[in-house]
Design a protein around this ligand. Structure first.
Ligand code: NDP
Length: 327
């Protein structure tokens, strides 16, 4: 038996998520079994646990799009018992039982080897959020953005993706503007490396199609009017990496910044990144972070506390990253 958060939806109780003991025989098919040390709570996990969006496609489902742990059994030549592994994405915690549990059974092709200088806990402080932040930076750099191009603006900066993006950009030598709706997190964001704090209210309402060119590039984690305003505010030849929808799925923008400033809007999807690229991005992350940084942007809870903390995350009350200790 192992402990897992389990989401069910039935007539008697409606949509609900609770911690329970699960028999190992119920694990879904997969060729690698992992004893999970740490998982995390991402925005998507909070949506799944709270039922606020149709993330879960079949029931019962164990949520958790991330985990880090130790291989306990493997039918695949790439992984052997004792190997330290990380999983993010691939529909795990959505269509296949996920990481908010003490054990998982997955396909070998979904796993990456934990970089030597990262612990399972550190890997999960990074998690899907940090992995996505790194993908966004790589996407901007692919468009020719460098620290010499000018400053980069990051929306949703007090959240998970935003906080890691601010700190990674600062470490790479970029000047960073952090957009937040939480003025109380000013010192936290300055400590992560932001040079300027911008109130969310400057960007989250309908704006002009073309605005003062303020930034060389943007990483947007919230979508909607904020994404439209960021596109309207990047300099000629600039780039915007869009990865999130915390404000909304809509994109009420005009073509003006594209045809008059030649900007590029690049979409980022962390779920289906091929394994070789994943391994490379994890090595990049391992080389950029250190323990002090990771501790400064994270908090920890247990599996027993995860449902309550997911509701806090939905309410915008969690800062940075929240790791979940699974055993
Ligand atoms: P968090 O909840 O940790 O952070 C989201 C942040 O967005 C909040 O902290 C808040 O920042 C800001 N925000 C919330 N509501 C609003 C609003 N109404 N208007 C403007 N800003 C708002 O989530 P994550 O960092 O885990 O994820 C961020 C987004 O990225 C989510 O939409 C998630 O689904 C998406 N995502 C996408 C991935 C991909 O592969 N494309 C992978 C990972 C995440 P503040 O308080 O500082 O304003």
């Amino acid at each position: 038996m192992f402990r897992a958060l389990v989401i069910n939806d039935n007539e008697a109780e409606g949509y609900h998520c609770r911690l329970q003991d699960v028999d190992e025989s119920q694990l879904p098919p997969g060729n690698v079994t992992v004893d999970i040390d740490y998982s995390t709570l991402n925005y998507k996990d909070a949506l799944a646990i709270s039922g606020k969006a149709p993330i879960i496609r079949s029931f019962p489902m164990v949520p958790g799009v991330d985990f880090a742990g130790t291989v306990s059994a493997s039918d695949d030549a790439t992984f052997a018992p004792g190997d330290k592994v990380i999983l993010t994405g691939w529909g795990v915690g959505e269509r296949h039982w996920g990481g908010l549990a003490q054990r998982a059974c997955v396909e070998a092709g979904w796993l990456v080897k934990q970089p030597d200088n990262l612990s399972a806990r550190q890997a999960m402080i990074i998690g899907t959020a940090g992995f996505t932040a790194m993908l966004c930076i790589n996407a901007l750099e692919k468009q020719g953005i460098t620290p010499a191009s000018g400053s980069i603006v990051v929306s949703g900066a007090s959240g998970g993706v935003g906080g890691v993006a601010v700190s990674l950009l600062a470490r790479l030598g970029y000047q960073v503007s952090a957009v937040t709706g939480r003025p109380q997190e000013r010192d936290y964001l300055l400590q992560l490396g932001a040079a300027e704090i911008i109130d969310r209210s400057e960007l989250d309402k309908p704006g002009k199609p073309l605005q003062k060119a303020r930034w060389a590039a943007a990483i947007d984690t919230v979508g909607s009017h904020t994404l439209a305003n960021l596109c309207a505010s990047v300099m000629h030849g600039g780039a915007v990496a869009a990865c999130g929808n915390a404000q909304g799925m809509d994109f009420p923008a005009s073509v003006a910044p594209f045809i008059l400033r030649g900007i590029t809007l690049t979409g980022v999807d962390s779920v289906t990144v091929p394994q070789a690229q994943r391994q490379h991005v994890w090595q990049q992350l391992a080389g950029l972070v250190d323990d002090a940084l990771l501790e400064s942007l994270s908090d920890e809870c247990t599996l027993d506390e995860a449902v309550d903390r997911a509701h806090q995350l939905m309410a915008g009350e969690i800062r940075g990253r929240l790791v979940v200790k699974c055993r």
